[in-house]
Design a protein around this ligand. Structure first.
Ligand code: GLA
Length: 399
């Protein structure tokens, strides 16, 4: 409209508008990279506690995040998912329900531990669990979150789908969705508080193509994960081809971790962590941190795996090859080395082999077995290794 009123809407105008948008883009990106320069790490209440989450649980998770060493390993956000929402008052201001007597005090507590706190809402009138969403109250809600001291918002499509159904066409429905995400982006920006903005709309309408320009710091690429190998593997290995859409400030999100929730074997959880690290995925633990085993803690806090996930270059990895159930995934890292995951999706052990020349290395390479925490020495050619069923051998290879 502005362009039309100032000049005839012709090719020159389009070029001008395009140029202005191009110049503005790095500014927007720089803003979002401030809060998510590397994939966000933390914890979310949904996978383990679902609707049982309350103030006491959040405090206990924050305590455990610190005492378990997870904070020092890089986990920062304590995120309250759905079911915290109460009623709106006469002015339309949202209040938490009885499970959360004082959100500001809770945020202060979490902050006092050197952590950050996240919350959840929907662009629709209702959330997935049928609590109040932000529809028609976006600015008000963003202001409330900022006043509480919230640092992260997961914005879950759910209730907006009913409104989208009223649209004339799929394109019009998608426009309603994108506009709803833009509306909350603007509302969050208006608060002036840095708040990580997490889209949760299950990967609809190829969100990876427009998520960053709509202000998303991360966007779910799929439906919900659950604590089983088939679901985790379907989601994780299904991320092939999405690498080019991720980077500092804007990440693909294959959903939260199930590590430690008990439904998978240790080998399978190692696959989960390794794949998520290669994918530069957000690492949001979803177990009960206050009651985790030493094994779970070791899986979640492995420094070398986290270093791959949080690599400064921010380049997501991708599938390099697939031979039936044997998949090799690689991720280029800032120091010129590569993370190489040899994944066996079959239930029994299989011999796998990787050829370093094919991976782009000429000559001898240094190879480190990441989970084994062992230097395997200098190698020429390739490496052959037996990979356990549903398991992984994760290597860091350098020239
Ligand atoms: C959806 C989301 C989940 C969780 C629930 C809460 O299913 O994908 O991650 O937030 O809603 O109701």
């Amino acid at each position: 409209m502005i362009a039309r009123s100032r000049c005839k809407f012709d090719a020159t105008c389009l070029v001008l508008v395009g140029f202005l948008l191009f110049m503005a883009a790095p500014l927007c990106r720089a803003q979002s990279a401030d809060v998510a320069a590397t994939p966000p790490m933390g914890w979310n209440s949904w996978n383990h506690f679902a609707e049982k989450v309350d103030d006491a649980i959040i405090r206990a998770q924050a305590d455990a995040m610190v005492s378990s060493g997870m904070r020092d390993a890089g986990y920062l956000y304590i995120n309250i998912d759905d079911t915290w929402e109460g009623e709106r008052d006469a002015q339309g201001v949202i209040h938490a329900n009885g499970k959360f007597p004082d959100m500001k005090a809770l945020a202060d507590y979490v902050h006092s531990k050197g952590l950050k706190i996240g919350i959840y809402s929907s662009p629709g009138p209702q959330t997935c669990a049928k609590f109040a969403g932000s529809y028609g109250h976006e600015e008000q809600d963003a202001a409330t979150y900022a006043a509480w001291g919230i640092d992260y918002l997961k914005y879950d499509l759910c209730g907006l789908r009913d409104i989208m159904k009223g649209a004339d066409s799929p394109d019009a429905a998608n426009k309603i969705m994108v506009n709803a995400y833009l509306k909350m982006r603007d509302a969050l920006r208006t608060t002036g508080r840095p708040i990580v903005y997490s889209f949760c709309q299950y990967g609809d309408d190829a969100v990876w193509r427009w998520g960053a320009s709509a202000g998303g710091n991360l966007w779910r690429t799929t439906g919900d994960i659950n604590d089983t190998y088939p679901r985790m593997a379907t989601i994780g290995f299904g991320q092939a081809g999405l690498a080019k859409f991720a980077g500092p400030g804007h990440w693909n999100d294959p959903d939260m971790l199930e590590v430690g929730n008990g439904g998978m074997q240790a080998e399978e959880y190692r696959t989960h962590m390794s794949l998520w690290a290669i994918l530069a995925a957000p690492l949001l633990a979803g177990n009960d941190l206050s009651a985790m085993s030493a094994e779970t803690r070791a899986l979640l806090t492995n420094r070398e795996v986290i270093a791959i996930d949080q690599d400064a270059a921010g380049k997501q990895g991708d599938r390099f090859s697939a031979e039936g159930p044997m998949e090799i995934w690689t991720r280029p890292l800032a120091d010129g080395s590569k993370a190489v995951g040899l994944f066996n999706r079959h239930s029994g052990a299989l011999d796998m082999q990787v050829n370093f020349r094919e991976l782009g290395f000429n000559g001898a390479v240094k190879v480190r077995d990441v989970w084994g925490a062992k230097d395997l020495g200098s190698m020429q050619g390739g490496y052959k290794v037996q990979v356990p069923g549903h398991g992984v051998v994760l290597l860091r290879v350098s020239e």
